[in-house]
Ligand binder design. Structure first.
Ligand code: NAP
Length: 274
């Protein structure tokens, strides 16, 4: 991969949702390697095990992002903390928390589907809006959407729709915040080897993980994301194969790609449909 200019030293404080595992944890690790003095604020239910990164400056804000009242309390505490940091430079907000559920709607149950809307849609909207005054003083946003954003995703219907929202909304506020000089990057990874698939109820993840045709590692996803962030891009689809599939997926009429998606997605856990 081509070397990129490291401007992450401009960011003294990084807020990550879902920094406890997968892509979020990888963001913390890679940003730490690029800028060792960054302070991290992780918002998630569980605390990350950082292993060799145990000297990292990180505060954990325990929060279930599906709860609006928990979000409000956490945001208020963190906002005050950031306001009082004397040597604060720019803030980077990474909205990464998210989950899916494999099954015909409303499986596994309606509450789970509604929680997904809160975590994948309401939480990034809430955090961006609440931190806007601080971001205006100097800051940027990275939102983790998905290639699921480019077409309907039957059997993962709610998940795909939440990611379509996040992608279009990120591009919208990227324009809204141009004059405020707040860069916004929407990242669309394809299948990535994390806990995502087992948490979503897949029997078999549609990836082998290490450089297979369709799958990427979270290391690669974050490496590409930070490169695009430094190049001031507004949209990244990670991996060349995901770029090709999303391009064609968004060109085919929705009613047709919907049927194709259904045929592909139902093969991922055949026993449900036999
Ligand atoms: N893996 C993929 O194939 C893939 C592809 C495209 C996009 N993505 C997106 O990438 C993002 C990161 O996922 P991942 O792949 O790294 O999977 P992951 O390892 O399962 O990580 C998901 C993160 O979201 C957090 N989270 C889930 N529910 C939460 C809640 N109610 N409140 C607060 N935090 C919550 C989890 O933290 P706690 O459990 O500690 O709360 C966890 O850190 C997600 O938005 C996902 O949609 C993943």
């Amino acid at each position: 991969m081509k070397k990129f200019k490291n401007n992450l030293y401009e960011y003294s404080d990084v807020i990550v949702t879902g920094g406890s595992s997968g892509i979020g944890k990888e963001f913390i690790e890679q940003i730490y390697h690029l800028n060792k003095i960054t302070r991290f604020y992780n918002i998630s239910r569980s605390r990350p095990e950082l292993g060799f990164l145990k000297h990292i400056i990180m505060k954990h804000y325990p929060c279930d992002l599906s709860s609006r009242s928990e979000r409000k309390n956490t945001i208020s505490l963190l906002f005050t903390e950031l306001q009082n940091v004397t040597n604060r430079k720019k803030i980077l907000l990474i909205n990464n928390s998210g989950f899916g559920a494999y099954g015909k709607f409303p499986k596994p149950n309606l509450d789970h589907q509604l929680d997904m809307l809160e975590v994948n849609v309401a939480a990034p909207t809430h955090l961006c809006g609440a931190f806007y005054p601080l971001l205006k003083e100097g800051g940027a946003v990275i939102n983790i959407a998905s290639t699921a954003a480019f077409q309907p995703t039957p059997i993962l219907s709610t998940y795909g729709a939440t990611k379509s929202y996040l992608l279009d909304w990120s591009l919208g506020i990227q324009q809204d915040w141009n004059e405020d000089n707040i860069p916004v990057l929407a990242v669309c990874p394809g299948p990535t080897s994390t806990n995502f698939f087992s948490n979503a109820g897949f029997k078999t993840a549609p990836i082998s993980g290490k450089g297979s045709w369709s799958g990427q590692t979270s290391h690669k996803v974050v490496q590409e994301s930070l490169k695009s962030f430094q190049e001031n891009k507004s949209l990244l689809v990670t991996g060349w194969n995901n770029k090709v599939l999303s391009f064609f997926g968004s060109k085919v009429p929705k009613s047709i790609i919907n049927k194709i998606s259904y045929q592909i997605l139902k093969k991922m856990r055949l026993e449900q449909f036999q």
